[in-house]
Design a protein around this ligand. Sequence first.
Ligand code: GAR
Length: 195
Amino acid sequence: MHKIKTAVLISGRGSNMMAILKATQNNDYPAKLNIVISNKPSAEGLKKAEEFGIKTVVLDHKAYKNRHKFEKDLDAHLRASKIQIVCCAGFMRILSPWFVKRWEGKLLNIHPSLLPKYKGLNTHKRAIESGDTIHGCSVHFINSELDSGKIVLQKSIEILSDDTPQSLSERLLIKELEAYPQALKKIANELIYSK
Ligand code: GAR
């Protein structure tokens, strides 16, 4: 079976990356995880990926003179691995219009809110403080505006009366770990069948 070569970009814990990795181990899954790239040398997700024999690369953004040089290197690594889909998963760097254009239609992100609500940070706190009763996560394409690209898939949960931002984020993470592999499967299949 032809599998779409996939990269996951992380900055931290890497639980969404692990959910994608586990999904890709299924023979019928249409994508393969070829490389995990982190902009933070200390990202916990790096070790987890290495334990599963996945190639990892650290591109410490602080070591670069500017965003463009960092992104040129990132792009070069992705192209060297012949990557077809890039999944940002807790990758806390804003990507420039140059990079977004180069990967247009192949660049996904997961965001912990029901977009278009709560773009940016502190989504759980903002949902609670707004008195929302429903919260959720969105897998979406990245475009040149923050958290604004076409939505691929959303999952929602109820906000309980005693929820804190922490408890809400923990319960939402369970849904995120279902959502990202499902969304990637959909996009990878679309890519396979469009050929
Ligand atoms: C996830 O909750 C993801 O939705 C969020 O960061 C976390 C990463 O966790 N992403 C954003 O806030 C992007 N704006 P993980 O590293 O364990 O997957």
